[in-house]
Design a protein around this ligand. Structure first.
Ligand SMILES: [Zn+2]
Length: 192
């Protein structure tokens, strides 16, 4: 798949060009980043993710956090799955992104795979994307390894975005027409 096919105007909220979807979601905009809810991220036990990379059909299904520690081999696998496909370059993803994904799936009681459309982006790839898509953000959190564009096969994009926004663990962008949601572990904010 070409980069253009992955085109995503993510993180444009910071520019103020896109509107918040608080009306659709019934949540307040502009809230400060807060700690995950106790229900979403328990201190003990384990956290599992099911992730499928759309363009490569690679999968990760397993525990990435156990008894208070991230599992390094699992993170390495996830980092590779989330790589920039344009330049075939991986980066250490911010593991809090996986916590966001875990929390959303847990709260939705979904056992399905997150389909990842875009994960890490090099600056070069993001610049290329911006040339083909004026809505793409210059300082996208994809560049920092803190964002992913995803969908869940058993939930619609609005339901996914609504739950993610309610959790207030980071940024949430709803791209309903394209059928995916941008999730990141930056400041809590939302747009559509
Ligand atoms: Zn995005």
């Amino acid at each position: 798949m070409t980069l253009e096919a992955e085109a995503c105007p993510c993180c444009a909220a910071a520019t103020g060009r896109r509107g918040f979807f608080r009306a659709a979601l019934g949540v307040a905009a502009g809230l400060a980043c807060t700690a995950p809810s106790a229900n979403a991220l328990a201190a003990g036990g384990s956290r599992r993710l099911n992730v499928y990379r759309v363009q490569t059909a690679e999968t990760f299904s397993g525990i990435y956090w156990r008894d208070g520690r991230y599992d390094r081999p699992a993170l390495n696998r996830l980092n590779w799955l989330m790589r920039d496909l344009n330049l075939v370059e991986a980066t250490p993803m911010d593991p809090r992104l996986f916590d966001v994904m875990y929390s959303v799936a847990s709260q939705l009681d979904s056992r399905e795979f997150f389909e990842v459309i875009s994960g890490y982006r090099t600056e070069e790839s993001n610049d290329e994307l911006r040339r083909s898509n004026s809505k793409a953000a210059r300082s996208s959190l994809h560049i920092s390894g803190m964002a992913a564009d995803v969908r869940l096969t058993d939930r619609d994009s609005l339901g996914l975005a609504r739950m993610a926004a309610d959790l207030q663990q980071g940024g949430v962008g709803l791209y309903r027409r394209d059928g995916y949601v941008h999730l990141d572990c930056g400041h809590s904010r939302r747009w559509s």
